[in-house]
Design a protein around this ligand. Sequence first.
Ligand code: FES
Length: 270
Amino acid sequence: MKNYKTMVLSNQEISPGYYRMRILAPGFGASARPGQFVMFRVQTSLPPLLRRPFGIFRTGFLPPDCEGQPPKEYLELLYKVVGRGTNIMAGLHHGDRVEVLGPLGRGFDPGNPAEEKILVGGGIGLVPLYMLASHLTKTSSVRLLMGGRTREDILAVTEFERLGVETYVSTDDGSLGEEGLVTEVLKRKLEKFPGASVYACGPMPMIEAVQRICAERKVPLQVSLEALMACGLGACLGCVVKGAGHSEEIPRYLCTCKEGPVFRAEQLDW
Ligand code: FES
């Protein structure tokens, strides 16, 4: 983990309200694992903004420029504009100064390569699944079930397809792919691949539905949870969730930032 005082390389709107930001981050890719996250802060002379957590979409290198400079390593975030902080991010341009702390947290366990892998992403919850897919496709057959409210919530599907991932899209309004919930697609896929492992990230109602479906079928599940985080380092306890076996008499809490954001389903209190 390192604190990068660095700059934005590019920042583009890829769908209404959704942006892709590349940040200069030399050496970042060697330490980042699928499912980890960063704490991001805009360096500004205005009152300092809190750091905010963002899942790592991928890392990579820009092609060398014509002046013979070495390729620049970048960290890529996909994010949705939801409030003041992300609104400020959406206005950043090449060269703007930012601060990135990471990689942080525990990522996905790739599991047994012999198993089919089913990734379930809801909206911007797709973000941590791309690095996971690029890792899993080296050894396993991988399917992505991607759900959103409308077609505008469906992101980066062709990038998963380029990795060799079979993709299935569903939207609540039927504007892209199948009409309906991604969890209905999951039920069908688990009938066909009952020995699969499932990895999910998205809004909590979707995660809870995925957990019920997997628990009924005894399918191993890992979930990446989204939480409000102030420190990202296990210090403020602002991101705790209830762990398995939690009760009023014996409370059990887990820090999403330190012990997660990825958990095996059986670690949590549902
Ligand atoms: Fe502070 Fe997790 S964000 S403990």
